[in-house]
Design a protein around this ligand. Structure first.
Ligand SMILES: Cc1ncc(COP(=O)(O)O)c(C=O)c1O
Length: 364
C-alpha cells in the first residue's frame, strides 16, 4: 500500500457497522476484561492514530503529549550517566532538555555538527545514544542518515532521528537503520496549528515495550481529542505536503534572488550544501526554509512585523504560512541574527510572494 493510501485507509474499523471515522474515546477507565486497564495505559483513539503513523514510518508508533514528551521518554529510558551525542544546531527545545539533564548530572551531552559525518562518528564512540535531526531546525543541515545510522549502531549507540521536518512521506529513517524515530506531531503531521502532540516509532518490540512503560509511568499521554485531530490531519498530509512543497520550492528560488536577502537555506536549492544527500535520502525537499535578511536582527523583525498573510508566530507545519526571527529566543545565539524561519502553508503562491516581497521592501 502506498503511503498516500495508508494515510487515508488505515486506522479505521473494518467490521460491518463500524464507524468510518475512529471515535474520540473519551474515558478515563474501562470495565475489567478488555484490552485497556486504565486511561493512562491505553485508548482506542491513540491506537487508530498509531496504526497510521506506524505504517508510514515502518514501525510501531506511540502517541505522546508533545514532541518534547516523546523525546523525554526516549532519553529517560537511558541509564543514569548516559552519553548522548546530538547536533549542536538541533531544535532549541531538544538542546535545552539535554542541557537541563546534564546540569543535574543525569547524562553527558556531546554536541556535534551533524553535517560532519566523521565528527559525529568519532563522538559516538562509547555513546549510549546518537540523536539525529535532519533537516535541522532552523539551519536546514542534512545528516548522512545511512552512514550515521550504521556507524552509530556499530559504535554501540542507539540511533534516534527527529523526523519532524521531513515527515515519513519524504524520509523514513528506520529504513536507513535508525532504531527510533520521534515526531513533533504538533507540526506537519497534524498540520492545522490546533494540536500539541508527539510520537515515538520503533520497529523493535523490546524498545516499544520500554516506551509504553515510560508513557504509562510518566503520564505524558496525548488527549483523545488531540489524537483524533492529529489523525484527521494525517489523512490529508500527502495533499498538504505536495502543495506546500511546490510553493516552497518556488518561494525559495525567488527569495534567493531578492536584493534584501543574503542567504536562503532550502534543501531543494541546488547550492544547498546537503543537496547530494537530499537526493539520496529524501523524496522531496520539504516545506521549510530559513533565510537571512540583510542588515541583521532589526530589519528581520521589521519584515516579520510587516507581513499581512504570513503569520508571525512560533511553530511550523500548519496550513498557515508562518515566519519568525529565531534569534528572538534564548538559546539561539549561534544563529545569524537576521535569520527568519519560514514554514510554507496552503495559501496561493502569488499571494505569499506579494506579501513577502512587500514586507522585505518595507524593512527598516
Ligand atoms: C524539530 C522539532 N522537534 C521537536 C519539537 C518539539 O515538539 P513539541 O513542541 O510538540 O513539544 C519541535 C518543536 O518545535 C521541533 O521543531
Amino acid at each position: 500500500m502506498s503511503p498516500e493510501t495508508a494515510a487515508v485507509s488505515l486506522g479505521r474499523g473494518g467490521e460491518p457497522g463500524d464507524p468510518l471515522t475512529a471515535p474520540v474515546s473519551l474515558t478515563s477507565t474501562y470495565r475489567f476484561g478488555g484490552r485497556h486497564p486504565y486511561g493512562r495505559d491505553g485508548n482506542d483513539t491513540w491506537e487508530a492514530f498509531e496504526e497510521v503513523l506506524g505504517a508510514l514510518e515502518g514501525g510501531r508508533a506511540l502517541g505522546f503529549a508533545s514532541g518534547l514528551a516523546a523525546a523525554s521518554a526516549v532519553i529517560e529510558d537511558l541509564p543514569v550517566g548516559a552519553v548522548v551525542v546530538a547536533p549542536g544546531d538541533a531544535y532549541n527545545g531538544t538542546r535545552r532538555l539535554l542541557a537541563d539533564l546534564e546540569s543535574r548530572g543525569r547524562l553527558t551531552a556531546r554536541l556535534v555538527s551533524v553535517t560532519d559525518t566523521e565528527e559525529v562518528l568519532a563522538a559516538s564512540d562509547g555513546a549510549d545514544l546518537l540523536w539525529l535531526e535532519s533537516p535541522t531546525n532552523p539551519l536546514m543541515g542534512i545528516a548522512d542518515l545511512a552512514a550515521l545510522c550504521e556507524g552509530g549502531r556499530a559504535a554501540g549507540a542507539r540511533v534516534v532521528v527527529d523526523n519532524t521536518f521531513a515527515t515519513p512521506l519524504l524520509q523514513q529513517p528506520l529504513d536507513f537503520g535508525a532504531d527510533v524515530v520521534i515526531h513533533s506531531v504538533t507540526k506537519l503531521l497534524s498540520g492545522h496549528s490546533d494540536v500539541v502532540m508527539g510520537a515515538v516509532v520503533t520497529p523493535d518490540d523490546d524498545l516499544h515495550g520500554r516506551y509504553v512503560k515510560r508513557r504509562s509511568l510518566h503520564g505524558a499521554i496525548p488527549g483523545p481529542f488531540e489524537t483524533w485531530l492529529a489523525l484527521r490531519g494525517l489523512r490529508t498530509l500527502p495533499a498538504r505536503l505536495e502543495r506546500a512543497q511546490r510553493t516552497a520550492a518556488e518561494l525559495a528560488t525567488r527569495l534567493a534572488a531578492h536584493a534584501t536577502v543574503e542567504v536562503v537555506r532550502y534543501p531543494g536549492l541546488s547550492d544547498h550544501p546537503g543537496a547530494d544527500l537530499v537526493a539520496k535520502q529524501m523524496k522531496g525537499p520539504g516545506t521549510l526554509m530559513s533565510f537571512d535578511v540583510a542588515g541583521g536582527a532589526e530589519p528581520a523583525e521589521a519584515v516579520c512585523g510587516a507581513t499581512r498573510i504570513c503569520v508571525p508566530s512560533t511553530s511550523l507545519g500548519g496550513v498557515e504560512t508562518q515566519l519568525e526571527r529565531r534569534g528572538r529566543w534564548e538559546g539561539e545565539g549561534h544563529l545569524p541574527p537576521g535569520l527568519i524561519r519560514l514554514s510554507i502553508g496552503q495559501e496561493d503562491l502569488e499571494d505569499l510572494w506579494a506579501d513577502l516581497d512587500q514586507a522585505l521592501r518595507r524593512r527598516a
